[in-house]
Design a protein around this ligand. Structure first.
Ligand SMILES: Nc1ncnc2c1ncn2[C@@H]1O[C@H](COP(=O)(O)OP(=O)(O)OP(=O)(O)O)[C@@H](O)[C@H]1O
Length: 254
């Protein structure tokens, strides 16, 4: 996907700093994400990838720095003012976060009820469309407990896209899944990009996914974006720590 150098970023993060307790997690993150691109966020465990995602939907507030979504700054917005911006961004949490007491269909419809959609036909049609995209339309009456790990992730994706957001944030969408099911999830992320020109940020440790789905890759390390570039630039990045990371080499001597 060609990025036009003069196109405005959909998400713009500048100088983002965040401390949790005494720990400085984010130390000045700068990042632009453009409409229609899939940006994969990698980096060592505990470096703040999930914390960064939470800032993008206003679930966490920066200590310093700014975040703009489609040109609107999140700084100082109240819960009510955040709602329309949140509608533009869907999120798939690490555990898919389904409600155990609701059927798959009811889980996927939930954001529409929250958004005040009343028209039952519209709800039914949109749930069907979202479940169709993730190939779960035949399972809509199932309870979450009766879904496999991969089906739960796909259900989470259906729920993340039901409000037709411009952008979806995926927090480790393939973790704990076998390689075949992981490939199905990757295909779905790519299908959403193609079909709806959806912008995506995908946090993953799965290097195969990184090279399959990304237009650009950002590596968060030391509280900053330590590497940013195309998958090809990542492959040829001269920094030893970046190469060690993608090859899964630890710096502990064996
Ligand atoms: N609500 C919280 N309260 C206290 N500490 C937190 C909270 N959320 C995150 N942290 C801490 O912030 C740091 C970054 O966590 P985060 O989950 O963002 O890392 P990550 O890069 O996504 O890791 P992983 O790849 O293992 O999922 C960790 O040290 C974590 O313990």
């Amino acid at each position: 996907m060609a990025l036009s150098p003069d196109s405005k970023p959909f998400i713009e993060v500048r100088g983002l700093k965040k401390k949790i307790g005494k720990q400085e997690i984010l130390r000045g993150v700068n990042l632009d994400v453009y409409r229609g691109e899939t940006l994969v966020l990698i980096g060592p465990s505990g470096e703040g990838k999930s914390v960064l995602l939470k800032h993008l939907i206003g679930l966490m507030k920066p200590d310093e720095g700014t975040i703009k979504i489609d040109g609107t700054s999140l700084t100082g917005l109240r819960e009510r003012q955040l709602a329309p911006l949140r509608k533009q961004i869907g999120i798939l949490f690490q555990n898919a976060a389904l409600f155990d007491s609701l059927t798959l269909e009811q889980n996927v419809a939930f954001p529409l009820h929250e958004a005040g959609v009343k028209d039952q036909k519209e709800i039914t049609d949109r749930v069907h469309e979202a479940l169709d995209v993730v190939e779960l339309a035949n399972h809509k009456q199932k309870m979450p407990v009766n879904l496999s790990g991969g089906m739960r992730k796909r259900a989470g994706i259906a729920r993340a896209i039901i409000s037709r957001p411009a952008c979806v944030l995926y927090d480790e969408p393939t973790s704990g899944l076998d390689p075949i099911v992981s490939d199905v999830i990757d295909q779905m992320i790519m299908r959403l990009q193609k079909r709806y020109h959806m912008t995506a940020i995908v946090v993953t440790h799965d290097m195969k996914s990184v090279f399959k789905i990304s237009n650009r890759v950002a590596m968060l390390k030391g509280g900053v974006i330590h590497f940013l570039g195309t998958p090809d630039e990542l492959r040829h990045c001269p920094a030893q720590d970046v190469q060690d990371f993608i090859e899964g080499k630890s710096d502990i001597e064996g």
